[in-house]
Structures are given as C-alpha cells and as structure tokens.
Design a binder for this molecule. Structure first.
Ligand code: MSP
Length: 511
C-alpha cells in the first residue's frame, strides 16, 4: 500500500491560535481522511515551533518559567486541534529532545562537509517573520510587507550556510517538476524570487541576544536560527517515528507540505537546498493556500475587532460546520471570513440545501415505510439518470494530490444536494404515497434519494467526519471508522430493509 506523509507548518506559540493555524491543520486532516478512504496509509504531523526571538519575548512577558510557558502554549494548540477533530499522528514540539538531537546532528554534518562558515554580518531583521530582509523585500517606506514594521538593524558575528551555490540547481528543479509547487501561481512567485541573487543563509543567533533555541554543537556562544531548526522538523518527525530506513523513504518520497503563501521563501527556497546539502531528496510537493482576511478584504486585527477566534467559532457553530466553511471558501487567493459570512454560508449550503434534503427525505421514509430503507424493484430512466449523475460525481482525480481536491468535494456535495432536492420535489413523493398502485415506484425513488444522501455524506466525510457518521447511522448504514483504510463509495450500496434512526435536524437554523 502506498504511503503518504502530510505536514503543516509548525506554529509559533507566542500567541494563541489564529483561524489560519486552525485552517491549515484542518486541511491536513481532510487530506489525510480523504486518502485513507482511498487505501493510502498516511502519516500526518502538525504542531508548534517553540524557539526563536518572538517566542522568547512572549515567554519573558508571561512571567512563567520557560518550560512551563512552552507546555502551556503547546497544550492550547494541541487541545484546539483535538477539538477540531484533527487526527494528527504526531504532535510536533521543537523542544522535543529527539528533534534537538537531530538538529545538532545535521549541524555537525554540515560543519564536517565545510558548508558552514562564520562571518560578521549587518542586516535588517523582521521579528514578525523571524527573517533578515533585503531592501528589495521591503515596501517603499522601508516596512516589512507582511508585518508593516521597520525591521531592526542587527550587527553581529554569525554562522552561515552555503546555499547560494545552489540557486541555479533549485531554479531548474522547480522548472522541471510541474507539481512541485502548487498552485502554479506560487511556482511563478518563487521563480521570480530566484531571479535575485540568493545570499547564504544565516543559521545562528548569538546567545547574548537569543537563548530560546537549540545549542550549537560546536560553539557554545550560539543557538540555532529558528527557521533552520523548524524546517528540520519535517525530517526529525519521520526519523523519530520510523526507525527503518525503507519506511522513512516510503513516506518521504510522497511528502506533502501544506502552508500559506506567507512562508513560501523559507519552504520553497531554503528547505530544498538544505535537503540537497544533506543528500536528501526534495519533498514531493508544496501545497500552498491563500490568507484569511476579514470581511471586505481587510486584514484581521485586534484593533479592528474582526479577528475570528477558532475556539469561539467552534463553540458557536460546531466543529464540522467550521471545517466546512474553511474548506469550501479558501483557495490560493485571499479569502474573507467573518461571523456573518460563515452564518450565511451555513444557512445556504448546510441548513437549506443538504440539511433540508436530509430531513425531508428521511422523515418521509421513516414515517411511510416503518423506519426502514425501502427495497427498490425496477428503476425508471429518471432514477437511472440520477444513478449516472452520482457515479460521475464520485470520481475524483487525486493522482497529483492537491488542496484543490478538498475544495472540489465541497462543490460536488452542493451540486448533489441541489440535484437530489430538485428530484425529490419533481417526483412529489407526497402525492405518490396516496396511490397504492405506485408504491413500487415510490420505493425506487426513496431508495435512490437515500442512497444519494449516503454518497453525499461519504464524500463529505473527510470534511465533516462526525456529521457524516451521524447521517450514515440515521439511514441505517455503518459509520466510517477513524482508522478506515480503503472504503468504497458506490451507487446502490445502501442496504434495503436497514433500520433507520428517527430523523432529526442535523443542521439547525442558527440564531
Ligand atoms: N513557525 C513558522 C513556521 C515554521 S514551519 C517549518 C511560522 N509560524 S506561524 O505561526 O506564523 O504560522 C504560519 C502559518 O499559519 C501559515 O503558513 C498558515 O499555514 C497559517 N496561517 C496563519 N495565519 C493565516 C491566515 N491569516 N490565513 C491563512 N493561514 C495563515 O510561520
């Protein structure tokens, strides 16, 4: 069986989780569930980045002992992700001893290979990005384009990694590998970045300034630069969990890094070169999504009061409805989010479309067929057309796995909901039930609708796992276990005569 490794960025613990953090980790979970249903063994990691200057500042501000603060913050992330039903296989913490040891091992290897050198450096440092910036990275007022702040001038001795020599190797690799950076708009962006000369990467911080980091194994005065350490989590996780080299290779050769567009330079430029220096192949692909912004396209900020707290949102609309919004509305562009946008999308897609279909069809069948799935006899052309339509919508191309596949599912379930709602209205079951001679026709119709509902929720399972299983139970089908590997979605698999549960409203109207 094929193995796939899915990762998300590891998030800075200096603040509480943002809706964007929840988003990427939910998308990883959706892809994992999607692949597992299709017979693929997935190892999925998400977690936190506990080092660097930014985290150091918030640790100091907290007044707590360092280890206590890191435990507290990483628990906040971990419990949110558990609440959001994110089925990670390993929760990453860069304070893990195994990770630290791996980073030190890598530093020693690079030092031995003479790929690291020390030099005096002056540069503009953006704390928000935890990166040195070139003047060309800043806007016309000299501000960081992401954080809108003037970077700080740093003058110090540091260690550098010889990455500049690999600029043309990377450019060629990106150009030749069509699916390496997806979607293509970001491939273009990275190639444009590579038109500027690439400088060697500063990979240390003097302890006089930064202490929250991994000690340099060959120089006591330095800790490792946070990004150098953080990127290596993608390898240390696998090494910690799979001791056999063959298993490591199987996962790594199908590794998919999910991230948003804010961190493409570190991922798509520094990371493949670092791997090259370690004689490790590049990851299979980077799957990049856009940014969540407030309604009207305005950046979210505390002062504007348009921040969406993922924990509060989960409590307000529930895990699955939240997962649905995030998955259906995000593309590679900036996407808007606000409570009112979420609520109107919920009403339109979930309550009025899918929820309405489900409740009407189940209630009607339950009442008129003794709470059992009707046994269909002959299907008319009208039903056969629905079966064909459903078969066509089950097929999803995921040979080149991308985030788009998850987005496509949300579109398909709405199309299926619309079609089944229309079919149910057109065939007027409430009229047919009055005519004893048409009972067989009615059975075939209701079976077709309920079987269609089954398919709709099987498709939706990766996005709304709890609700999908609740619906499957209502229509007398078995639930999809979390550990599922290989699950066939096919027309006509709903078992006639299965006992239904008393229908209830799955997507209640919101206040
Ligand atoms: N610690 C680094 C990542 C190291 S990975 C080896 C970091 N952390 S972060 O906390 O800033 O997280 C950035 C990531 O969080 C984004 O790439 C994205 O996955 C997610 N998001 C945070 N805010 C976001 C939005 N407003 N919109 C969408 N996702 C964003 O960078």
């Amino acid at each position: 069986m094929k193995k796939v490794y899915i990762t998300t960025p590891i998030y800075y613990i200096n603040a509480d989780p943002h809706i964007g953090h929840a988003h990427t980790s939910i998308m990883g979970d959706i892809l994992k569930r999607f692949l597992k249903m299709r017979g693929i063994d997935v190892f999925y990691t998400t977690g936190v980045d506990e080092h660097g200057q930014k985290n150091q500042a918030s640790t100091l501000m907290s007044g707590l002992p360092q280890a206590e603060y890191l435990d507290q913050q990483s628990t906040i992330y971990r419990s949110l992700f558990e609440k959001l039903n994110i089925s990670f296989d390993f929760f990453v913490r860069t304070s893990h001893i195994g990770h630290k040891d791996y980073v030190k091992q890598v530093l020693n290897e690079l030092f031995r290979k003479k790929l690291i050198y020390k030099k005096y450096y002056e540069g503009l440092y953006c704390l928000g990005c935890e990166q040195f910036k070139k003047p060309s990275d800043l806007d016309k007022n000299g501000l960081c384009t992401d954080h809108k702040k003037i970077p700080e001038l740093q003058k110090e001795m540091n260690y550098f990694l010889k990455i500049s020599e690999y600029q043309s190797w990377l450019t060629n690799y990106i150009e030749e590998n069509k699916y390496f950076i997806q979607p293509p708009v970001f491939k273009k962006e990275v190639l444009a970045m590579l038109e500027d000369p690439l400088e060697d990467l500063c990979i240390s911080r003097p302890k006089s300034r930064v202490t929250l980091g991994i000690d340099f194994p060959f120089d006591d005065d330095f800790v490792t630069y946070v990004w150098f350490d953080a990127l290596l989590n993608y390898i240390s996780n696998l090494k910690l969990n799979f001791k056999e080299e063959s298993e490591f290779n199987e996962y790594w050769s199908n590794s998919i890094h999910l991230l948003a567009k804010d961190i493409i330079k570190t991922h798509c430029i520094y990371w493949p070169i670092l791997l090259k220096l370690l004689d490790i192949d590049p990851p299979k692909s980077f799957q990049i999504h856009g940014f969540w912004v407030g309604e009207g396209g305005i950046k979210m900020s505390k002062s504007l009061g348009n921040i969406i707290d993922p924990k509060k949102l989960q409590q307000e609309i529930g895990t699955d409805a939240m997962r649905y919004y995030l998955c259906s509305k995000m593309t590679y562009k900036d996407s808007q989010i606000s409570i009112s946008l979420i609520k109107s999308n919920y009403e339109a897609d979930l309550a009025n479309n899918i929820g309405n279909l489900l409740y009407r069809a189940c209630k009607f069948t339950f009442k008129n067929f003794n709470g059992k799935i009707p046994k269909p006899g002959k299907f008319d052309q009208r039903e056969k057309d629905i079966h064909l339509f459903l078969s066509n919508h089950i097929k999803l191309d995921f040979k080149q796995l991308s985030l788009k596949v998850a987005h496509d599912i949300t579109k398909r379930i709405i199309i299926i909901g619309n079609r089944l709602n229309k079919y149910f209205n057109d065939v007027t079951p409430w009229e047919l039930v009055k005519d004893r001679d048409r009972i067989e026709e009615l059975k075939a119709i209701l079976y077709t609708v309920l079987d269609g509902i089954k398919i709709l929720f099987e498709l939706a399972y990766p996005i709304m796992p709890n609700i999908a299983n609740e619906v499957l139970k209502i229509i007398g089908a078995s639930k999809i276990p979390d550990k599922i590997i290989n699950y066939e979605i096919k027309v006509g698999k709903l078992k006639p005569d299965s006992k239904m549960l008393k229908p209830k409203i799955i997507f209640p109207k919101l206040n």
